[in-house]
Design a protein. Structure first.
Ligand code: SF4
Ligand code: SF4
Lengths: 398, 142
C-alpha cells in the first residue's frame, strides 16, 4: 500500500485486544459505519471486522488417527458407522470425507435419493460426543498381524482428529435457475421447471472473502472461527480463481477465491458442523466459518464496508447449460435483490419466453447462522479469547 | 402414487376382522402403521400411512367405512424441530403452500402450521432433517 491516512499493524491491533481496548464490529454493522463516516474515519474507529458464513461445503472432511489396536493392524479399509473412510495412509490414520455415502445407501436408485447418512453425519456425530462404530480390515503384516478390528469410538478417546477442508468459503457463487421443462434436484437444491425458483448460496456482505476481496489479509496462518472452534486458513482452496471479472470495488462477479482450512476437531461443536442430506445429490457437511478482517488502513475499511447492493452474481441455467459443462451467464443480479425474496428475470441473456418473469428466490446459505458466527467471533475478540493470526503468505491474488 | 395419512377408529365388533390386511390383499394398497391402540372399551384406533393409486385408495377407504370403521384424515402433523433448523431456506423451494417462507430482511425461515397441507415435500428437502411427521401418541379420540 502506498500512502494511507490510517496505518495499523497486526501487532498493534493484537496489543489492543490484549488491553481490552479493541473496537470490533460485524461486517453488517460496518456497512453503516462506512456509509456514515467514510472509509478513513471508519478505519480510525474500527480495528477488526468479523465475518461469517454457514452453508453446505462439500469439500470438507477430517483426518483421524484411531489409535493402535492389540494386536496391531495396518488398516487398508476403514468404515465409520458403515461409511467408508480413506485408509491409504499410515497404519491407523484415515480421512472421512463429507460426501461419502453409507455402504448400503440406495443412492439415486429411487430418484431423488434421500441420502440420509454419510461422512458429514459421521463428523457431526463425533463432535456431538456420540460413539461411532469403527471397522477396519487389513491384509496383515508381520509387524501388524490383525486382519480385522472393530470397536466403538468417541471423539474423546480418539488420540487425534483434525478437520481439514480443501475448499470452503467460496467467494461468491452462482444463482441457479432451471430453464428446462423438468424438475431437477441439484447441489443447489430443488429447481422447479420453467424458471420456477432461483437458488443462491452466499452470505453476501457477511461472507469472509467478500470483505477482503483481493486477499490482502487472508492466507497461511490466518486464525478463524471454524466449526465452533478455532482453526486456521492453511492454503488457497481448490478451484481458487482470483482472475475473474470484478466490480470497481474489487468484488468478483462470479465464483472466485476459496479457502483451505484446518482445525482441531476436538474443539468443534455439532451446532457448527452439521451433517446434511441434499435430495437427489448426496450427503455433505454444513460448516460454520468466520474470518476476522483487520482494518489495517482505509482501503480495508472500504472493502469491509461492502453491501449486498454492490455484490452481484450471475444467473446460470442448471437445467441444460450446467450439466453440459457450460456455465454462461444469462443475467446478473445483486444480493440485495436476491434477499428481497423475488427477482425479475431481465436482460437479453434470459430466454425470451421467461423475460420479465418474477421468480421466488431461495437462499441456501443461512444468514441467521452467519450473523451468529460474526457475533460470536466479535465477542471472542472483545473478551481477549482470540487474537489475530498474521498470515505468513497471503492467497494468490490478481 | 398417492399417499395419505389417516386415522381409523374401529368399533368393538370390527376389531376381530382383518380389515387393514385386506387393504393390501384386495385393494393393492400399501400401508405403514404409525400407531395403534385398543382402549379399555375394546375400541381400536390406528394411524396409517396409506399409499396406492387414487382409485384404489378411494375403494379401500369405502371398504373400511362399509365395515363400520370411521376414517379421519390427519391435518397439521408436520412439525419443525427448531433446534435442528439452520434457517437455510432449502425447504422454501418445494413448499407448495407458502407454509414455509423466508422473512425479510432478517432472513429467518418461518413455519406457518395453518398453511401446511401435509404434502411432506419438505421432509426430504430439508438438508439437516428438521421437518418431521409429528409423532402420534395414542391420545386420539373418536
Ligand atoms: S408438508 Fe408441504 S405444505 Fe407443509 S410445510 Fe412441508 S412442504 Fe409445506
Ligand atoms: S430446509 Fe430445514 S433447516 Fe433449512 S430452513 Fe427449512 S426447515 Fe430449516
Amino acid at each position: 500500500m502506498g500512502d494511507t491516512k490510517v496505518k495499523k499493524t497486526y501487532a498493534e491491533i493484537n496489543a489492543k485486544i490484549k488491553a481490552g481496548e479493541v473496537v470490533v464490529v460485524t461486517a453488517e454493522e460496518m456497512v453503516e459505519i462506512v456509509q456514515k463516516h467514510g472509509p478513513v474515519e471508519a478505519a480510525r474507529k474500527v480495528d477488526v471486522v468479523t465475518t461469517g458464513t454457514f452453508a453446505p461445503m462439500c469439500s470438507s472432511g477430517a483426518f483421524i488417527n484411531f489409535g493402535h489396536t492389540r494386536p496391531g493392524i495396518k488398516a487398508s479399509r476403514v468404515w465409520l458407522n458403515n461409511v467408508p473412510a480413506y485408509a491409504g495412509l499410515a497404519a491407523v490414520d484415515c480421512y472421512i470425507g463429507a460426501t461419502e455415502c453409507g455402504e448400503d445407501d440406495p443412492l439415486n436408485r429411487v430418484f431423488p435419493g434421500e441420502f440420509n447418512y454419510g461422512g458429514g453425519h459421521v463428523i457431526q456425530d463425533l463432535v456431538a460426543g456420540k460413539s461411532v462404530h469403527l471397522k477396519a480390515t487389513a491384509y496383515g503384516t508381520q509387524c501388524y498381524p490383525s486382519n480385522q478390528a472393530e470397536k466403538m469410538v468417541t471423539l474423546q478417546d480418539i488420540p487425534w482428529a483434525v478437520l481439514c477442508n480443501p475448499r470452503n468459503g467460496y467467494q461468491n457463487y452462482n444463482c441457479a435457475v432451471n430453464f428446462g421443462k423438468k424438475m431437477i434436484y441439484t447441489y443447489m437444491g430443488a429447481l422447479k421447471p420453467n424458471a420456477g425458483n432461483a437458488n443462491y448460496c452466499s452470505a453476501g456482505q457477511l461472507s469472509p472473502l467478500m470483505n477482503d476481496p483481493l486477499y490482502r489479509t487472508i492466507g497461511l496462518g490466518t486464525r478463524i472461527f471454524l466449526g465452533g472452534g478455532i482453526g486456521y486458513v492453511v492454503w488457497q482452496g481448490s478451484q481458487h480463481n482470483p482472475s475473474v471479472e470484478r466490480t470497481e470495488g474489487g468484488v468478483p462477479m462470479r465464483p472466485a477465491g476459496t479457502l483451505m482450512v484446518l482445525g482441531d476437531l476436538k474443539q468443534m461443536t455439532p451446532r457448527w458442523l452439521v451433517g446434511v442430506s441434499i435430495q437427489g445429490y448426496g450427503t455433505s457437511l454444513s460448516v460454520g466459518l468466520g474470518v476476522p478482517v483487520p482494518i489495517l488502513d482505509e482501503q480495508m475499511a472500504a472493502y469491509t464496508g461492502v453491501s449486498d447492493q454492490e455484490i452481484v452474481t450471475q444467473i446460470i441455467d442448471y437445467g441444460e447449460d450446467y450439466p453440459k459443462g457450460k456455465a454462461r451467464s444469462l443475467g446478473q443480479v445483486t444480493y440485495a435483490e436476491l434477499r428481497s425474496g423475488e427477482i425479475t428475470l431481465a436482460g437479453s441473456g434470459i430466454p425470451e419466453k421467461f423475460r420479465g418473469q418474477k421468480i421466488h428466490t431461495v437462499p441456501l446459505s443461512s444468514m441467521v447462522r452467519a450473523r451468529e458466527i460474526a457475533e460470536t467471533l466479535k465477542q471472542w475478540i472483545r473478551h481477549k479469547r482470540f487474537v489475530l493470526g498474521e498470515p505468513q503468505t497471503t492467497l494468490p491474488s490478481v | 402414487m398417492y399417499s395419505k395419512m389417516i386415522i381409523l377408529h374401529f368399533p368393538r365388533q370390527a376389531l376381530e376382522k382383518p380389515l387393514v390386511c385386506n387393504l393390501a390383499r384386495d385393494f393393492d394398497l400399501t400401508f405403514t402403521i404409525l400407531n395403534a391402540t385398543i382402549n379399555p372399551k375394546k375400541e381400536g384406533m390406528m394411524v396409517l400411512e396409506l399409499s396406492g393409486t387414487p382409485q384404489h385408495f378411494k375403494a379401500g377407504v369405502q371398504y373400511l367405512k362399509d365395515h363400520g370403521v370411521e376414517v379421519e384424515s390427519v391435518g397439521g402433523q408436520i412439525r419443525r424441530v427448531t433446534e435442528i433448523c439452520t434457517h437455510c431456506g432449502s425447504c422454501t423451494a418445494v413448499c407448495p403452500t407458502g407454509a414455509l417462507s423466508v422473512k425479510t430482511p432478517e432472513m429467518e425461515v418461518v413455519f406457518d402450521q395453518d398453511k401446511c397441507s401435509v404434502c411432506k415435500l419438505c421432509i426430504t428437502a430439508c438438508p439437516p432433517r428438521a421437518m418431521v411427521l409429528r409423532p402420534t401418541n395414542g391420545s386420539f379420540k373418536g
